[in-house]
Design a binder for this molecule. Structure first.
Ligand SMILES: [Ca+2]
Length: 155
């Protein structure tokens, strides 16, 4: 009895999936991101993504990480998103001063000027070079976790 229903079920599934697929036309020119895992146990990480002057690039960062090991003390250094600790503005001895401590940064080229990325950023490059991702911290030894960074290339 159950086997008799199987062909009908398959036809029904195909009809439903076919109907759903008719709502889109695939666009192969859509920008799909390159995805990187940002290690926060070091200040800067070189990506394999190269930027050219004039490129418009979009970056999206997700995840949470700890600056005080895998079990940070409650209400002291808790899990932090890529926007950093908004209540603590970095001093001059951080990789980038004047933005939140423990935020995600970027720079173009190993000697480039750092810029704030946080949860995400869209920019037009005024310099060519390898895109670096950074973590705005001074002690990297007990950092735990990572961020996932999606970089959408220019069209
Ligand atoms: Ca730290």
């Amino acid at each position: 009895m159950r086997l008799n229903c199987l062909p009908l079920l398959i036809v029904l599934c195909l009809a439903v999936s076919s109907a759903l697929a008719q709502d889109i036309d695939r666009d192969i020119t859509t920008r799909l991101p390159k995805t990187f895992r940002l290690d926060i146990t070091q200040a800067w990480t070189a990506t394999t993504f190269n930027v050219v002057v004039g490129d418009t690039v979009a970056i999206l960062v997700v995840g949470i990480a700890s600056t005080e090991g895998a079990n940070p003390l409650p209400r002291q250094f808790e899990w932090i998103g890529p926007e950093g600790r908004g209540q603590s503005i970095a001093a001059t001895w951080f990789p980038m001063a004047g933005v939140p401590e423990q935020c995600v940064l970027g720079k173009i080229g190993s000697t480039g000027t750092p810029f704030y990325i946080g949860r995400g950023l869209g920019f037009k490059a005024t310099k060519s070079g390898t895109l670096y991702l950074g973590y705005n911290d001074t002690d990297f030894s007990q950092n735990y976790g990572y961020y996932v960074v999606h970089i959408f290339p220019p069209r």
